[in-house]
Design a protein around this ligand. Structure first.
Ligand code: FAD
Length: 446
């Protein structure tokens, strides 16, 4: 098959669609990307509004394969652990992994814009303001509506739906026989707020940490930006006594922050303005299968949108791109074979990270402030230090090990959890944990 003549359409120029376009153009395909929105590189509304994401090993590996990791790292701020803020403003730092291990805070728009520019350098053609309105799965064609309302239909060799959690490509699949689909919203929504840089452009809190204000049934987090500011995200119930619905005026907003986030309040320079102006986002988990119909494929959030509490949605989507490329190598460019294996392999992995992300909400908002949980983490870190190859904590497997699949991490994590439950139930564990028989504990994993 002559790859030069194969024309691939990617629907969606988000993070995953843009990276995939680079992978596929490097393989010699003709790649066209159709994006509903305008080019974010010239969108003035994005300017000054920095929304950031945590990029970790899986995402970096995928960027590395196309030679972009070093450049991306320059745009990122390393975060070595969680900085917990209690109700009195007392801080506790908990490292994410071993010394030298960290995740990266990176601007979503900055990374997305860079990927689009790199793709263009690789001869990918971007068509902005083209909303995909329909996909014909039998004919591998897609219809697009331009900003002026014109409708155009084009036929391709392969169509990839990288159009996010509310995918139009997936909608076409949903009406086909035996297509499984579920979507589940959290009762919590999220709102972004901003902590500006200090007077001399410095960070006003510890720069190299992901800050968390865990408050049991809700939480706020803050990730550092390169310009000295932080982007905060409040995860909070939509409805109820204490909820977005109950914070109806400026006085209530301020007294709520004063009571529960007292150390953050003076740093949130435009709190009420931002709280009233910024939208409240919803958080959805999407599961579906199959991801492939004929020559049409779903990838990234379109196939597996997850809640953001493991910081893995983008990382999983980037890993999709890398794995698809590996399979195209393995099957010498035979798309039907590569796609068949891709969906079988990735479905299991992405279901695993979907469960882990859901469970991690409880850990982040509640357990990180719990002394028993912190002791458990300390004991696990000790076991990992003594047996670095045999016992890798779940968070590290997911975040720092691109060679351990999400599924492996999930199943090993479940075994470790059971072993640690038994360890933690031992009498006087907080004073006696140093005397544990660590060798015996590790052997229980076999
Ligand atoms: P999207 O980013 O949603 O991109 C889809 C693109 O398709 C968009 O540009 C959209 O405009 C376009 N599109 C949609 N419909 C059409 C259409 N009909 N026609 C044409 N174009 C269309 N992940 C991490 O790894 N780390 C994190 O720290 C992290 N934090 C997060 C925090 C929050 C609050 C949220 C909500 C998510 C977070 N994620 C994180 C998840 C991450 O944002 C997503 O997994 C990632 O953006 C998925 O990329 P995507 O390209 O698949 O989809």
């Amino acid at each position: 098959m002559n790859t030069q003549t194969k024309h691939i359409a990617i629907i969606g120029a988000g993070l995953v669609g843009s990276l995939l376009s680079i992978y596929l153009s490097r393989r010699g395909y003709r790649v066209s990307v159709f994006e509903r929105r305008d080019d974010l590189r010239k969108d003035v509304r994005q300017q000054g509004r920095s929304i950031n994401l945590a990029l970790s090993a899986r995402g970096i590996r995928a960027l590395e394969e196309v030679g972009l990791a070093a450049e991306v790292r320059k745009l990122a701020v390393p975060m070595h652990g969680r900085m917990m803020h209690d109700r009195k403003g007392t801080l506790t730092f908990q490292p994410y992994g071993r010394q030298g291990q960290y995740i990266n805070s990176i601007s979503r728009a900055g990374l997305n814009g860079m990927l689009i520019s790199k793709a263009e350098e690789n001869n990918v053609r971007f068509f902005f303001n083209r909303r995909c309105t329909a996909v014909d799965l039998a004919g591998t064609s897609a219809s697009f509506q331009s900003a002026s309302g014109d409708l155009q239909t084009q036929t391709f060799d392969v169509v990839v739906g990288a159009d996010g959690a509310f995918s139009a490509v997936r909608s076409a699949m949903q009406v086909t026989d035996r297509f499984d689909y579920s979507q589940e919203y959290l009762q919590h929504g999220y709102k972004e707020l901003h902590i500006p840089a200090g007077k001399s452009g410095d960070h006003v809190m510890e720069k190299n940490a992901l800050h968390i204000w865990p408050r049991e049934s809700y939480m706020m987090i803050a990730l550092p930006n390169t310009d000295g500011s932080f982007t905060c995200t409040l995860f909070f119930p939509f409805e109820g006594d204490l909820s977005f619905a109950s914070l109806t005026d400026d006085d209530r907003i301020i007294s709520f922050f004063k009571e529960v986030f007292p150390d953050a309040l003076p740093l949130l320079a435009a709190l009420t303005e931002e709280f009233n102006r910024n939208p409240t986002g919803s958080l959805v988990t999407v599961r579906c299968f199959p991801w492939v119909r004929n020559q049409t494929l779903l990838i990234g959030d379109a196939a597996h949108a997850i809640v953001p509490f493991y910081g893995q949605g983008m990382n999983a989507g980037f890993e999709d791109c890398r794995m698809l490329n590996v399979l195209l190598d393995q099957y010498a460019g035979n798309w039907p074979q590569a796609l068949g294996t891709f969906q079988q392999m990735r479905k299991r992995d992405c279901d695993a990270i979907s469960h882990l992300a859901y469970d991690n909400f409880v850990e982040m908002r509640d357990l990180v402030a719990d002394p028993g949980f912190l002791l458990r983490k300390k004991i696990e870190a000790k076991i990992h230090e003594l047996y670095p190859e045999k016992w890798i904590p779940l968070y590290s497997m997911v975040t720092f090990h691109d060679d351990i699949s999400y599924w492996q991490a999930y199943t090993t994590g479940k075994k470790q959890e059971k072993i640690m439950d038994a360890v933690m139930s031992q009498p006087q564990i907080s004073s006696r944990w140093q005397q544990l028989d660590f060798d015996k504990i590790v052997k229980e994993l076999d």
